[in-house]
Design a protein. Structure first.
Length: 253
């Protein structure tokens, strides 16, 4: 066993949706552990790039709308041209749309499913093919949600997508573990991010949420640092198909 099984020195990680929030926190954590980062976003991740480079690691800024899975091949090509390999994929990019299920539109359904579920599978597929070709194994970390376990309200397509993420994480782990590819997921709880801004702005709803969280606070991007480094490193080589809830105890309540 190496002295530090969490060391990611020399590894290359793609992190999607890392311009702000949880994705930024995970990219920063992987860089702190030694990985070079490829950030895939629709907007400039200037702050994330600065944070990664401050760790002494390289950062490649790629722009892509992953709702169009045709962009995935280009991202992979650019990554390999820049780094020569890939070791880690963090499938974090996602959106949410809110409306009552009785009124929910087909567009809001398709937009969320295309980015949150369809692109997650096909990006994981592309990464796994590369890992198999490299004969090196690799780590795929999908981002699930509390709504992978619960129904929620007013977010039907988001709930469907995140339930699907947990399911395909298990399927991919079943098929790809034989190739040394670990596929797992992180399910963040109620985090202080852009997605939860409407909830935190609603004093009554925010108070009700906090009352149920044993930790007594909203989560932060730094709360995902340990779990993402664990799942990206050799420390998790025998962890397959599991979704780790990082929720301050929400699901245990």
């Amino acid at each position: 066993m190496v002295l530090n099984p969490f060391d990611l020195a020399g590894r290359v990680a793609i992190v999607t949706g890392c311009n702000t929030g949880l994705g930024q926190g995970m990219a920063r954590a992987l860089a702190q552990a030694g990985a070079d980062i490829v950030g895939v976003n629709v907007t400039e991740p200037a702050e994330t790039a600065q944070q990664v480079q401050a760790c002494g690691r390289r950062f490649l800024d790629l722009r892509a709308d992953l709702a169009d899975i045709a962009t995935i091949a280009q991202v992979m090509q650019q990554t390999l041209a820049w780094a020569g390999k890939l070791d880690i994929l963090v499938n974090n990019a996602g959106i949410i749309r809110r409306d009552d299920a009785l009124r929910f539109s087909e567009k809001d359904w398709d937009d969320v499913i295309d980015l949150n579920l369809k692109s997650v599978f096909f990006f994981a597929q592309a990464a796994a093919r590369q890992f198999v070709a490299q004969k090196s194994g690799g780590k795929i970390i999908n981002v699930a949600s509390m709504l992978s376990f619960q129904g929620g309200v007013r977010v039907p397509s988001y709930t469907a997508s995140k339930s699907g993420v947990m399911g395909i994480t298990r399927l991919m782990a079943n098929e790809w573990a034989q190739h040394g590819v670990n596929v797992n997921a992180i399910a963040p709880g109620y985090m202080a991010t852009n997605n939860t801004a409407p909830l935190r702005a609603d004093a009554d709803r925010s108070a009700a949420i906090l009352e149920r969280i044993p930790a007594g606070r909203w989560g932060t991007p730094d709360d995902l640092a340990g779990p993402v480094v664990f799942l990206a490193s050799g420390a998790s080589d025998y962890v397959n198909g599991y979704t780790i809830a990082v929720d301050g105890g929400w699901l245990a309540r």
